[in-house]
Unconditional design. Sequence first.
Length: 140
Amino acid sequence: ETNIPATVAWVPKRKGHVRLIAWKSQYFSSWSPKKRCEAVTKNFQKYYDEGRLNYLSTGRRNGLPVICAAKPGETCTKNNHLFTIKHGHNPKDVLGRLINITEGTASDILYQNSGNQLHVEMQNLFDEAPLVKVKDSPNS
C-alpha cells in the first residue's frame, strides 16, 4: 500500500482527524505531492489560526483556477488563496473530488450561493466527514 500525503484536520469535539485533501496529483512537475501537501497544509493552518477557514471556495487568480478560503460574497484573492489547480480543470469539480463530498453527505456540506462560485462550509465538513487514522511521517 502506497502512502499518499494528505492534509488533515484535528476535530476536538470528535476527538479525531478528518481528511481534507489526499495529494495524489502530479499536476505540477516541480512540486511533488508531498511538497505540495506541506505548502497547502501550511496555508490551511494559517487561515484556521486566523479564524478565516469557515468556507472553501473556488475562483480564478492570474488566469488560473484556484481554491481559496472565501466566504459567500467574497472572491479569491492573494490573501485567501489556498492552492492553484491545473489549467483547464473545473475548480468546482476539483473541490468536490478533493474533499470527498460525493459520499452521501454532499447535500449537508455544500453551500451554493446565487453566483457561479461553490462554497463548502467547513464546520459541516468537520462534523460529518469520516474520521481517519493518521500515521506520522517518518521525518516528523
